[in-house]
Design a protein around this ligand. Structure first.
Ligand code: GLN
Length: 451
């Protein structure tokens, strides 16, 4: 009830939730009370969460922040949300995001942008929460939820976590089931948690993760005790510092924060090691070919026939066209156009195939690094949160914001954002810990040492 009251007070301004479900929440909270009374509490009994509106929730509208799914009520539950419910969680509602998770500022939502709860000192400019999981991040930061689910295709957990001063982890590809999560780019998409502390993320991930026969890319791996790993310490760990992440134009404050993080880990007994990830410079162009290519294929299912919005047409083709014209926003159209272009005969070899080859080289950079280091420390973003409306007309500038995050998705490795400081204007900044595939435990240990 306390969270529902906070939502009532702040959501009209922040717009962090697309749908609030008080009846569902109070009913689940009652069940949690009953479980507690019987001594049958699970790891998340009674914990109120925001669910990114990309996870199908049975009986609760799931929009992907798109008009094309504006009236879609899934008849089934995603594996992630089913796992959380199994462990006793309470769902407050569905969190806002960029349309189909395409964006870095939450500006592409068909339900309006989300406001970052943080402000620059002495400046009322409305700032973006980052994206695409901006609603999840703002909800957690402003106490509209204790934790949230999110997804990360190219940074959508780690970048908004950094902009809103909270923690968030993208697990290893295959760690968390994608069943029932609206697909953006299937070889990159991974769900993960956001919370105010690294340990809270570890507890939530423990519940979300696990093998799922309903997702063919789900890994047959036991789920370790992530929360216990938070207390391991970093003594003797070798921490890679990738020199390619020192990009031109990065503010000195972010470099200083990075150095401070390195010093903290050193004091705690870790050994910093300079490493090279030489193909980092090709990561953004590679991502912005692979992700739209997969998106153009995934979004073909929104045709006005099977589910979601339908605009009447004179024939089938006319119905498709009218439905998509009414249903998809500008950024989604741009991605579909880029995707179909790079996959079309004549361009496939030059763009898509080339991007797949470069993707393999980016992954190989990391494989080689793991011979020398146990984890990697880098900034999460090249800047703090920016103002709403900034960069709106410059999609390429917006794409460049993902420079530090897309590599982890291309390589399939885990990445955790830890809030580690404020800039001179009082805005949060975060560092990112990257880890070996399926070694989230070391990532959590390093992250905890930076809190
Ligand atoms: N900002 C990136 C994009 O627009 C990443 C989004 C995401 O991770 N879902 O594609």
């Amino acid at each position: 009830q306390a969270h529902l009251l906070t939502i009532e007070a702040l959501n009209p301004r922040l717009n962090a939730y697309i749908t609030v479900t008080p009846e569902v929440a109070l009913q689940q909270a009652k069940a949690a009370d009953a479980a507690l009374a019987k001594g049958e509490a699970g790891p998340l009994t009674g914990i109120p969460l925001a669910i990114k509106d990309l996870f199908c929730t049975a009986g609760t509208r799931t929009t992907a922040a798109s008009k094309i799914l504006g009236n879609f009520v899934p008849p089934y539950e995603s594996t992630v949300t089913a796992n959380l419910l199994r462990d006793g969680a309470v769902f407050l509602g569905k969190a806002n995001l960029d349309e189909f998770a395409m964006g870095s500022s939450n500006a592409t939502s068909a339900f309006g942008g989300v406001e970052n709860p943080w402000k620059r000192t002495g400046d009322d400019t409305v700032l973006v929460p980052g994206g695409s999981s901006g609603g999840s991040a703002a909800a957690v930061a402003a106490r509209l939820a204790l934790g949230a689910t999110a997804t990360d295709t190219g940074g959508s957990i780690r970048q908004p976590a950094a902009f809103c001063g909270i923690a968030g982890i993208k697990p290893t590809y295959g760690r968390v089931s994608r069943f029932g999560t609206v697909a953006f780019a299937s070889s990159l998409d991974q769900a993960g948690p956001m919370a105010r502390t690294v340990e809270d993320c570890a507890i939530l991930l423990g519940s979300m993760a696990g093998f799922d026969p309903k997702d063919s890319t789900s890994a047959q791996m036991a789920v370790p005790d992530f929360a216990a790993a938070c207390a391991r310490g970093v003594k003797g760990l070798r921490i890679g510092i990738p020199k390619e992440y020192r990009v031109p134009g990065m503010p000195a404050e972010i470099e200083a924060l990075w150095q401070q993080g390195i010093a903290m880990l050193k004091d705690a007994g870790a050994e910093p090691v300079e490493i090279s990830l030489p193909h980092t410079q090709y990561a953004l162009p590679t991502y912005y070919i692979v992700a739209p290519a997969e998106a153009s294929s995934n979004l073909a299912r929104y045709d006005g026939v099977r589910f979601g919005l339908r605009e009447e047409g004179s024939d089938l083709k006319d119905l498709y066209e009218r439905t998509r014209r009414a249903g998809f926003g500008d950024e989604v159209r741009r991605r579909i156009l880029i995707g179909t272009y790079v996959l079309s005969a004549g361009y496939y070899d030059a763009y898509y195939l080339k991007a797949q080859k470069v993707r393999a080289l980016i992954k190989r950079d990391f494989d080689e690094a793991w011979g020398k280091v146990d984890a990697i420390l880098a900034p999460a973003t090249p800047s703090a949160a920016f103002g709403q409306g900034e960069m709106q007309d410059d999609p390429v500038a917006m794409y460049l914001i993902d420079v530090f995050t897309v590599t982890a998705n291309l390589a399939g490795i885990p990445g955790l954002t830890v809030p580690t400081g404020l800039d001179s204007k009082g805005l949060p900044l975060g560092l990112q810990i990257l880890g070996k595939p399926f070694d989230e435990e070391t990532v959590f240990a390093v992250g905890s040492a930076l809190e």
